[in-house]
Design a protein around this ligand. Sequence first.
Ligand SMILES: [Cu+2]
Length: 722
Amino acid sequence: MSDLQLRQRQILNLFERVAQPFSPKPDIVFELPEFVFPSSVGAVPPTGSTRPSLSPPADVLNIPELELVKTVPRGRLFSSFHPAHREAAYALVRIFKNAPTVADMLNLAAHPDIRDQVNEHIFVFALSAALIQRQDSRSLRTPPIWEIFPGKFFETRVRSEAQTTVQQQLNKQFSVTKPIIIDKNFAATDRVVENKLSYFREDLGINSHHWHWHLIFPVEATADIVNPPDRRGELFYYMHQQILARYDAERIANGLARVTSYHDWDQPILEAYFPKLTTANGAIHWASRPSGLVLKDINIPDEEVELGIEFHIDDLQLWRTRILHAIHKGSVVKGNGQVVHLDDKTGTNTLGELIEASQWSADKLFYGDLHNFGHIAMCYIHDPDRSHSENMGVMGDSVTAMRDPIFYRWHKFIDSLFQQFKATLSPYSAQQLTLEGITVNSVEVHRNQPPTPGSTRQKNLIITGWQESIVELDRGLDFSSSTPVQARVTHLQHEDFSYRIQVTNSTKTSQDIVFRIFLAPIKDHSGRPFSFREQRLLMIELDKFVARVTPGANLVKRKSDESSVTIPFERTFRDLETAAPAVPLAPGGNNVKRTNFCGCGWPDHFLVPRGVPNPGMPFTLFVMATSWKEDRVNDETTTATGTHSHCTHTGDDTKKLCRNAASYCGILDDKYPDKRPMGFPFDRPPDKSITTLAKFVEKSPNITTAEIRIQFEDRVIRRFPQ
Ligand SMILES: [Cu+2]
């Protein structure tokens, strides 16, 4: 086993059954971490090792900061929106990051005083965060979050079925185990209209994306831990805005009105959510939120099992007022009195840090903690002072928050703050919206698959349907089992397709062109066509890439699975164990940046909305060409990473190594690879005279649009072999 393979297998081993005492695999050696131990402490060194082996003794580590980490007890739920929880988690990130080498970090993580004593959710959060942030661990991969914590994704029933499966195996009743079937509507019936969207809200990839995003862009990290990632606050705005655009398209396809903002905080919340999720052998459940509850002041005392938190809904009101004041005055004031103008370059970013709020907020005392405390108020709405000793609801955890319909209503409110700021900026000028010498004549989408019998190959048609994928549960369940336990989940999928863009370059030289591809529904749920003011907020970014365009006519082709927005379905624990390491452990080389960052990205299987059955749902496909020379940030981002990488690394290669999904996730330790505001050209309201999309594009030959249809077939389609 190479050094890299050993580290990879150690990580997988550490992430197995995290709620149970650690059990190292026979062929994986963990050693006592020398750097925190006096050499006299160890036991007898195993053969071939210079350091003592881990077991026995189970000593207590001599790390004072661990006290803070353990303020969130093992077995309890963890909230990345709760300030005291975040502090505890970041104390552990710091401990991991301070380990001299990756090997030291993993050995330390395996120590009983950490692995078996620290809250399991914090353990996974901190080790995942440290693996991403350390330069020397970039080539190592973490297993999918749904296999680490199946309890955050699958209903409690699955756990008991899994136990039965294991028992049958042990009794040898069946030689081949069948996967447990997970109903995509397990949490509710279609009798409640909101639940038509369960397949979106409870999707594995969507929730995993949200967890990874918040892991990569932490709120709490201090400067010694992580520098502010480039345009972090703006990404907070844009990534969540895009979630809303995608959710709205999905709602329209299901005959529902667009999501409404939740800003009347004394009004009852009518959309209920009953998660049916548990952890810790079913002993801890995520609370349900019945219809009709109203936000109340939060006053949770410090208890042995729960860290306290106290604030009033009035505080949220006050912070909202102060933020709106800043937006309409055009500046925020820092704690030291310094005025920061909200200009068109950095204003969105400044506001993002303020609204979320992160530790890079201009003044957290004054502008408060609006978005995070909203999550907290909603996750404790059923028991705001814990007088019933109830646990939090799913809104408290970034892994589960997107399951609840209120997540989208809350974020619609958060987005409305950004939109009020965007409305203060002047509309894009003709010069910003055109590109001299480049005409985009047309765009088409083509199905890659041969047409199904009875249908003819059609252009401008995308087919969606259901795909069944296998996930493994045995590494994440709370009981030990050497028997594989698989589950079969059903999720949305689409047939692969390609874009064909006809471009004329009337200049005399070749040009590197950025192609920006968006998609938006044309009509609302009642069939009324959207005005441009409405439609621009529904524009979903599908892809952004650079291609060289030579003088004269060009045909630019691009495959749907090369998107700068998406990542492929994550590999299982078992895949990662058996896969040969793809990249060297040592830093250096471009692929270092392209490895364990991969969990962040919109799931490829949700690249396009579901659409409706035959004849399909009409969408506008929008393509804009801008100049890479003007939009590029610096020379480094033009090669192996960033937008350009999507041209140079394609097909199998990107699937194996996992590409950057830079549009929503940026690039680790690098600049966001596009100088334009995120969401350009739809991020600002247009001039008042522009009421239709046709008017918006009429003076820009570098833009073209096409009407396409997305047709949903309510059957299982096969895309990747399982
Ligand atoms: Cu979020």
